[in-house]
Design a protein. Sequence first.
Length: 227
Amino acid sequence: MHTLYIVATPIGNMEDITYRAVRILKEVPLVLAEDTRHSRILFDNYGITTPMEAYHDFNKEKVTPKYVDFLKNTGDIALVSDAGTPGVADPAFNLVRECVREGIDVRAIPGPCAMITALVSCGMPTDHFTFQYFSPKKSAQRIHLLEKLKDEEATQIFYASPHNIDKFVEEIKLVFGDIKIALMRELTKKFEEHLIGTPTEISAHFKSHPPKGEFVLVFNPQDKSGL
């Protein structure tokens, strides 16, 4: 049997990729990518000419057996996501799970991950944390989730959309009061911004600076100290 490589790629800054990742992407006979057009930009930048095929949420169930068979009988595969570390809330999990079930070797090539990048640079406790992915779309569901987190001691990490982040900040204040929160925007990109303060302060900022781009929201339910 051959090896499935889970290869981390940049979350914004094109320089954030390891020598090993580039080497593996050049050496394997096949790369699976969430969006081959998106990954082609990275590949062209590093002179990677390996054939790519699409592996995403809409075809993962259908094509996973095909790639398991490829790994058993043909050669290695490298899997990349659109950004960051594959397998963190994306379709890579499905192929990894099947490979583990089939006894196929899975090796991770470490690198960027947005939630870890946000956590280690925002000043929140890092010894115990929980990744919540994206918050629910409806306000009542978000408030219900926050209420369940009231007694949690772990730092909470969410990926956040600019479409409802202002409402989510207000809901955090409703449930927890004016605790310290961190909104890490456009990490590693040209317009990276760290918004660290109370929900009241962040909401005031949004009135003159409407939220744009991708956010990671971090807070600890037990941190009542504000700033």
